[in-house]
Design a protein around this ligand. Structure first.
Ligand code: ZN
Length: 368
């Protein structure tokens, strides 16, 4: 039986990007509350583990020393640095009180998860507040202040481990791709809505790595209205053969759930069933698995999808009826989707052709 850990502290959702920002801290609170309502941490195979704040030196595994100091300074309301130079400001990346502490706690959670997985205390650890895949070494981007995925992968590399990174968020995992674009020690694979229509506007098939890293950055973009069937077909064609060939010591996955058909920011059309199938496929590829959260902007969907994902990780099948304590607070219903999004046959055909072209181009270029 798989042994799983869920990394969580209430401090993760005390502060956030602001009332009108899509990255609501309630996403984390509701996910934890739903799992707790299902008694998900009560078995011997499932541990609830506290997060800790990452130290500046740990953040420095990926970020510049100056940027770490900038985030700390801005967070305290000092005016020593111009926030715009580091891509902070109203909009996607506002400065907020205790930003440093909150965001360093998310990186710490991911490092706790990495420590648990590499010490073989668990088979999988879920740092659900992490997966902040857009941040760069010296700038914030796309709601992400510190890039916990890039920090943790550097930490794993220092231990001499080979890492495969699989990113199923609806947005391209550009920050992680760029961090390891020139090395063959990290395989990055990102599946996402095409950059033609969605932030950050990158992640095309042609982006394949540089120098020694050529062939070790892989992008599988999808057209709007891609549904479970098309997505899972393309996933199976590309991800398992590449990860198996690479033979990683650890699989790091970013499990953003903004691919869901009810997500307000994107245009992909997955259901919880497609999402769970993708998470299950990742589990089958990983003997040691560091799982991260990511995007997802319908708060109810996020809580339900990550609860299902943790069920896959820890081998628990939760009843479909939402537990009473949770339903009384947030409304009832079912854990899983029982209807499919309605997509016109013409749009669906376009999505299928786009996926088929991407898969064919990758198979040719990477000799899969
Ligand atoms: Zn996203």
């Amino acid at each position: 039986m798989t042994k799983a850990a869920f990394i969580c502290s209430p401090d993760l959702w005390q502060r956030g990007h602001g009332a009108t920002h899509p990255l609501k801290p309630e996403r984390l609170q509701r996910t934890y509350e739903l799992l707790a309502a299902y008694d998900a941490f009560d078995s011997r195979e499932s541990m609830l583990v506290q997060s800790r704040q990452a130290a500046p030196e740990e953040l420095g595994l990926f970020h510049t020393e100056e940027y770490v100091e900038v985030v700390r300074s801005l967070s305290q309301g000092e005016r020593r640095f111009n926030p715009r130079r580091y891509n902070f400001g109203p909009g996607d990346n506002p400065v907020f009180p205790e930003m440093y502490e909150t965001e360093a706690l998310k990186v710490g959670a991911t490092l706790v998860a990495a420590e648990l997985v590499t010490s073989d205390r668990v088979d999988v650890a879920f740092s659900f507040s992490g997966g902040l895949h857009h941040a760069g070494p010296a700038h914030a981007s796309g709601f992400c202040v510190f890039n916990d995925a890039a920090v943790a992968i550097h930490w794993l590399l220092q231990k001499g481990l080979r890492v495969a990174y699989v990113d199923i968020d609806a947005h391209h995992g550009d920050g992680v791709q760029n961090a390891f674009y020139e090395t063959d020690r990290v395989l990055t694979i990102s599946l996402h809505e095409t950059g033609l229509y969605l932030f950050p506007g990158t992640g095309f098939v042609e982006e394949m790595g540089r120098g020694a890293g050529r062939g070790y950055a892989v992008n599988l973009p999808f057209a709007p209205y891609t549904d479970d069937e098309i997505y899972l077909w393309a996933f199976e064609e590309i991800v398992p053969p590449l990860v198996r060939r690479f033979q990683p010591d650890v699989v790091v996955s970013q499990l953003g759930v903004d691919t869901h058909y009810q997500d307000p920011l994107t245009h992909l059309c997955l259901t919880t069933s497609g999402y769970v199938a993708a998470v299950t496929a990742i589990k089958e590829l990983a003997s040691r698995w560091l799982a991260l959260g990511g995007g997802g902007y319908d708060v109810g969907v996020v809580a339900q999808a990550w609860t299902l994902a943790y069920g896959v990780m820890s081998g628990q099948e939760f009843p479909d009826h939402l537990p009473l304590t949770y339903a009384e607070k947030y409304g009832g219903g079912s854990l899983r989707n029982h209807e499919e999004p309605r997509i016109s046959s013409e749009l669906r055909e376009q999505a299928r052709r786009y996926a088929e072209a991407g898969v064919a181009a990758l198979k040719r270029a990477l000799e899969i």
